[in-house]
Design a protein around this ligand. Sequence first.
Ligand code: ZN
Length: 80
Amino acid sequence: MNLNVPGTEPASPICSAKGCRADAVWVLAWNNPKLHTPERRKTWLACEEHREHLSKFLGVRGFLKDVVKLDEWEAPEEQG
Ligand SMILES: [Zn+2]
């Protein structure tokens, strides 16, 4: 996921769900232990509508670590 597509930088972050252009409200922090060190956090953004869907997707795989309001999320140094 790349939030900084040149020339199309959105005014506000949008939902990571496929095809969704809604403003993101939630940050889903996750980690795939097969790919990432334990302290690493990948992030997906979700609107109200897709928070449950996306967190379930990550949850069944055991990847989901945290669900935080976007305005309360403090991005770690490493992004993406
Ligand atoms: Zn959405």
